[in-house]
Design a protein. Sequence first.
Length: 166
Amino acid sequence: MNNPLINPGLGTFFFMLIAFALLVFILGKWGWPLMLKTLKQREEEIANSLSAAEKAREDMRLLKAGNEELLQQAKREREEMLLSARLASEEVIEKAKATATEEANRIVENARESINYEKLKAMHDLRNEIGNISIEIAEKLLRSELSDKARANALIEEELNRIELN
């Protein structure tokens, strides 16, 4: 419990006192005058702003009568602009609908073409697969038929005779 911050020694106390006195001297010499000068400038700026605000308030009172007419004119212009914008937006919407319909029709047509292409491709693949299966079956049948040598020779002779006759 011998914490030097809680129970400082005489030397620590002396140096802290010197540091504090030095800090007060520096602030008194350069810091406080600068702060006071800044605060005074701020006070003057606020006073000037308040007087300018009062003058602006007077100007606003003078302009209020003219503002009513300008407000009515602005309302009329706003209504005209809204009508114009509404008409333009309806035109854009109609164009967008037409474009979307055309795009949808094109997409449907592309899908139909794609489906037809895929259908033809699937039929072609199916024919090829059936042909391959038929060849495999024929190959297996021929192997079983040609497993007997005598029978194989007879079949070969018969096919050769048929080919020579054609």
